[in-house]
Design a protein around this ligand. Structure first.
Ligand code: AMP
Ligand code: GLY
Length: 424
């Protein structure tokens, strides 16, 4: 098979890493990719939302399967674009339809889907500029903290949680009246605050069958103890020790099954991965959000734990044969630690030379934001590397990742010191 992966982060490097382990692979292309994916296949410079350019690349390179990392092309309808084009129809695409991608593209759409299908989630109401006054009144009825969510895609920044009622009202007005998040905040979902511990659940589905991939815990904030600003994710761990058999079955019965059934009932074509952001409240799972793609850095621990052929898995999902696939998972723990640029998630500098990559032992280093120039590798993003290690315990995996974090060197390097500690 010839495969094209769209994206340029650690998630895409982890996908490429797994795909190149498959005997089914002929040629791998990654667009635009990074210095890590360049070692595994051919990087192609491309705007991942330019579907005409993607079409040209697919036809020129006889691509059989397209796997998409980020949400934008999915929400913009890449699946529908492929299915509507005679010359692309035969290419398998691991993606939801444009309509189904609204589960991530619109918070209101996702909430309506959840409620309609009786899936546990926080109570909510949504408001637009016409109903701003009702929004204020609704906030008056809630207890703090207040959760306000821009309806549309806002590069992971659209959720604001405030403890002060006055500030919450001001935020609502900023979003609706002052278009704080542009078009994304034309509507705002206000919801009940859920207090609990979060985890990420990935379910692959071809619309009929589904498989639950290993669970992972993400560390979202920049500082130890989960303090400071929100980031794309500073590390992650899989499996999640607090998911015991009872809790696993609750997730399967009350969340995963109704989600798949809901897709079918609503004729939502889905041949990809559903990322269900969950929160455990009093031993019960609630859905915080749906994403229609793999998470990053969760992918850097989830995919390495799969011991069966991941390319075959993607192919079977995209061709509606998932039922035939035998998913195998290692019992070992995987932990990933993100190295980020100084200043991230706010302003940071790029183009810092990276040294020490040749000294790594016992870990897989996934590149997140790197660029090759001649023989040298430079930083090219806020998140720079995800260092993934295995162990028979979290402690064992941690020791390896932290040992290697010291060996990689670039100006401004920063990482959290507490990934996995809360789970030991
Ligand atoms: P989202 O983009 O919907 O995942 O929201 C970002 C983060 O905000 C989540 O990972 C949670 O930490 C937090 N969050 C979102 N909704 C709620 C809620 N209803 N209650 C508590 N925390 C929430
Ligand atoms: N790590 C969370 C995300 O990918 O959205």
């Amino acid at each position: 098979m010839n495969v094209l992966i769209l994206g340029s982060g650690g998630r895409e490097h982890a996908i490429a890493h797994k795909i190149t382990q498959s005997d089914l692979l002929h040629q791998l292309f990654v667009a635009p990719g990074n210095a890590g994916t360049a070692q595994l296949g051919t990087n192609l410079n491309l705007d991942i939302n330019d579907f005409d350019a993607i079409k040209e690349i697919c036809l020129k390179n006889n691509i059989d399967l397209v796997v998409i990392g980020p949400e934008d092309p999915l929400v913009n309808g890449i699946y529908d674009y492929f299915k509507a084009d005679e010359s692309l129809k035969k290419i398998h695409i691991f993606a939801p339809s444009k309509e189904a991608a609204q589960l991530e593209g619109s918070k209101e759409y996702a909430k309506e889907f959840l409620i309609k299908n009786n899936i546990p989630t926080a109570k909510y109401k949504s408001f637009d500029i016409e109903t701003l006054q009702q929004g204020y009144k609704f906030l008056d009825t809630l207890n703090p903290p207040y959760v306000l969510k821009a309806d549309g895609l806002a590069a992971g920044k659209g959720v604001v949680i405030l403890t002060n009622l006055k500030e919450a009202k001001k935020e609502l007005s900023d979003m609706l009246t002052n278009k704080k998040f542009g078009k994304a905040s034309n509507k705002v979902v206000i919801e009940e605050f859920l207090d609990g511990i979060e985890l990420s659940c990935f379910v692959v589905t071809d619309g009929e069958s589904y498989k639950i991939l290993p669970f992972a815990k993400d560390y979202k904030r920049i500082l130890d103890g989960d303090k400071g600003l929100n980031t794309g994710g500073m590390g992650s761990v899989s499996p999640v020790p607090f998911v015991d058999e009872v809790f696993y079955n609750k997730i399967k019965e009350t969340i995963v099954k109704p989600t798949i059934k809901g897709l079918k009932k609503n004729n939502l074509t889905y041949k990809g991965v559903i990322f269900i952001g969950l929160i455990k409240v009093n031993n019960n799972p609630f859905v915080i959000e749906y994403n229609v793609r793999f998470g990053d850095p969760e992918t850097e621990v989830v995919l390495p734990r799969i011991t069966s052929d991941v390319l075959e898995l993607f192919q079977k999902v995209a061709s509606s044969n998932l039922k035939e696939y035998n998913l195998k998972i290692t019992k070992e723990t995987a932990l990933t630690l993100m190295l980020v640029s100084g200043g991230y998630p706010e302003k940071y500098e790029k183009g810092k030379e990276i040294k020490g990559l040749n000294n790594i032992t016992d870990s897989i280093v996934f590149h997140s934001g790197t660029k090759k120039d001649g023989d040298k590798i430079y930083t090219n993003g806020g998140r720079v590397f995800a260092i993934t290690s295995f162990g028979n315990s979290i402690q064992e995996a941690r020791t390896k990742s932290y040992k290697n974090a010291e060996k990689i060197d670039f100006e401004g390097k920063f990482y959290r010191k507490d990934i996995g500690l809360d789970l030991i």
